[in-house]
Design a protein around this ligand. Structure first.
Ligand SMILES: C[S@@+](CC[C@H](N)C(=O)[O-])C[C@H]1O[C@@H](n2cnc3c(N)ncnc32)[C@H](O)[C@@H]1O
Length: 251
């Protein structure tokens, strides 16, 4: 269990930011990604190696977007845990999971348990999961190598670590419009969707700043290797604006 007073600096800012935007996070995500989110999630699913009956962890799960993807893969005999330090994001996630489970076919998913905790000190034993995944969260943690090494620690030998994250495209023809979009258009979208929160927190002004500490695709692959993972690789999506990074814990 985490509390606001457990955080300071970047963690406290990020914690409070997601508490404030939790109620419109999913809408904003869909708008910002121009509807590409489902395609990116499908590419992510192709890398998890998760089988029916498997056990998966969604780190910094937020509103349980990737937890739901993993739960469909793991099926009713599987088990998915989502962990995040924002109680508000998890609450939106719980409501969404319950609504989806109540629909026809909802019983074909693995149960999802959403728990509060920090990505940098996962409260799970070594070798617990078949897959540890994370989506659009690495930019927000204060120590990226630690987050990856924690994910590597909690997967079983032979299990996978998979991260879906924004990337900084190397092609200048894509790079210029990419930074223009995040620096100028995204904050305007934030103002349109929730002017009150945006005025108070500049939440979507944070997004381009969060890209600064994000390593390149190759740099992130090196961090995966330093965490002891093998068969490390990445797949750029939508002209490299987003990537799926993956690696396997050696047997
Ligand atoms: C951009 S959201 C991503 C949510 C979700 N994974 C998705 O794919 O939509 C980032 C999430 O990371 C969480 N987060 C950031 N730093 C964290 C940390 N150190 N421990 C746990 N959660 C963290 C935030 O609370 C937020 O829910």
């Amino acid at each position: 269990m985490t509390r606001e007073q457990d955080y300071s600096g970047k963690e406290l800012y990020v914690h409070n930011l997601f508490a404030a935007i939790a109620h419109h996070y999913d809408v904003m995500n869909m708008v910002m990604s121009a509807g590409m989110l489902r395609l990116w999630q499908r590419a992510f699913a192709g890398r998890t190696g998760l089988q029916p009956g498997g056990r998966a962890l969604d780190v910094a799960a937020g509103t349980a977007e990737l937890s739901l993807v993993l739960a469909r893969q793991a099926g009713p005999t599987g088990q998915v845990t989502g962990i995040d330090f924002s109680a508000e994001m998890l609450e939106v996630g719980r409501e969404k999971v319950d609504a989806i489970r109540a629909r026809r076919g909802g019983d074909r998913m693995a149960p999802i348990s959403l728990v509060e905790g920090n990505a940098l000190s996962l409260p799970f034993a070594d070798g617990t999961f078949d897959c540890a995944a994370s989506g659009f969260a690495l930019r927000n943690v204060k120590d990226i190598p630690k987050a990856i090494s924690e994910m590597a620690r909690v997967v079983k030998p032979g299990g996978r670590v998979v991260v879906l994250e924004l990337s900084k495209p190397s092609n200048p023809l894509i790079r210029e419009p990419y930074f223009l979009y995040f620096n100028h258009i995204v904050p305007i979208l934030g103002w349109i969707i929730d002017p009150k929160t945006e005025r108070k927190l500049r939440a979507y002004g944070w997004l381009p700043k969060s890209l600064i500490p994000l390593p390149s695709q190759k740099g992130l692959a090196d961090i995966f290797r330093q965490a002891g993972l093998v068969d490390v690789g990445f797949q750029g999506l939508t002209a490299g604006v987003v990537s799926v990074h993956y690696g396997i814990k050696p047997s």
